[in-house]
Design a protein around this ligand. Structure first.
Ligand SMILES: [Zn+2]
Length: 111
């Protein structure tokens, strides 16, 4: 089924190569249906598979993970898995800055 109009805003859909980023790393350019109104990008199933493959090749696949909060003395600590630590280049003993973005999100700044 070919989409010509955006379901969101009614804008015209055009085929475009768009640069796809995952965790801030470019995976390359992929063809997408892009709305000229709201800019929404939709990839077809085949392209979505290509994006998954590119993510796997770059070692970016499955970086998102659940983590367990553990007790350390009177504080609590979050265990960051090796994949994420390697990706961001974080090692034991390093200092990071941590702050809440809101009540649902905490940001860790790595220097
Ligand atoms: Zn739109």
């Amino acid at each position: 089924m070919k989409r010509e109009q955006c379901e969101e805003c009614g804008g015209k859909i055009v085929k475009k190569k768009v640069d796809f980023k995952l965790y801030g790393e470019s995976l390359g350019a992929f063809s997408a249906d892009v709305c000229s109104g709201c800019g929404e990008e939709v990839f077809d199933e085949k392209t979505a598979d290509e994006i998954d493959d590119a993510a796997k090749k770059k070692g970016l696949w499955g970086l998102g993970a659940n983590a367990k909060v553990v007790q350390v003395g009177s504080s609590i600590a979050l265990v960051i898995n090796k994949k994420i630590a390697d990706f961001v280049g974080l090692k034991k003993g390093e200092e990071v800055h941590i702050h809440p973005e809101n009540k649902k999100k905490v940001v860790i700044d790595i220097y």
